[in-house]
Design a protein around this ligand. Structure first.
Ligand SMILES: N[C@@H](CCC(=O)N[C@@H](CS)C(=O)NCC(=O)O)C(=O)O
Length: 203
């Protein structure tokens, strides 16, 4: 298996942490330089037509993109230390939180970064007002996370899960748009300190 990855990019980091939690650390990682457009080649478009990383390429040549699909594949081949839940209720709860994090937090942070930094102005038309609004949308996720973490150790309940990985990576990436969970969110801070102690944090 090979992982198409990129320095500083949050989506492949979600997969690297998931792999580390599963003890799968010997996978070949191919780093693409995104600002230089190494993901925009015809060759890479055959692996993922949206030209985004991460892509997990299996030994038989099948390419899996989209973090949620890669999470699913890894969980199926390495079920020990489940990160997507055991029971029907746990599985649905983790997926619910992972979707909430992607749609209400991660993608607004991405949009804000891309539309205000101009980083990908060679491949999109930045709209500064949309970048500002997307930051406002992302900030609305902090109170949701805070109240969930006031009642639970982790995002989807009492066990660490894929939803924690997605939230952690987004929380750290949000610094690029100067969005931080400050002291008005003590439960987010408590959870963040807990996650930083996991060996997978540095993956
Ligand atoms: N929905 C996709 C998002 C992937 C994504 O946005 N990847 C970014 C890096 S974090 C990327 O490849 N950007 C390069 C570009 O847009 O040219 C997933 O879950 O994998």
């Amino acid at each position: 298996m090979k992982l198409y990855d990129a320095e500083f990019a949050p989506s492949p980091r979600r997969v690297r942490i998931f792999l580390a939690e599963k003890g799968l650390t010997d996978i070949e990682c191919i780093k693409l330089n995104l600002p230089a457009g190494e993901n925009l080649t015809e060759e890479f478009a055959h692996k993922n037509p949206t030209c985004k990383v991460p892509v997990l390429e299996l030994d038989n040549g099948t390419c899996i993109s989209e973090v949620a699909a890669i999470y699913r594949y890894i969980e199926e081949i390495q079920p020990e230390n489940p990160l997507l839940g055991n029971t029907a209720e746990e599985k649905a709860t983790i997926e619910m939180w992972d979707r909430r994090i992607e749609f209400a937090f991660l993608y607004p942070v991405f949009n804000s970064f891309q539309h205000t930094s101009g980083i990908f102005k060679d491949r999109m038309t930045p709209v500064a007002e949309w970048g500002t609004e997307a930051r406002n949308i992302a900030a609305k996720f902090f109170p949701i996370m805070e109240s969930q973490l006031a009642n639970h150790t982790y995002i989807a309940g009492e066990s660490f899960s894929a939803a924690d990985i997605s939230a952690l990576v987004t929380l750290e990436f949000a610094k690029v748009i100067k969005l931080r969970a400050d002291e008005q969110y003590p439960n987010i801070q408590r959870w963040y300190e807990l996650l930083k102690q996991r060996p997978s944090y540095s993956a």
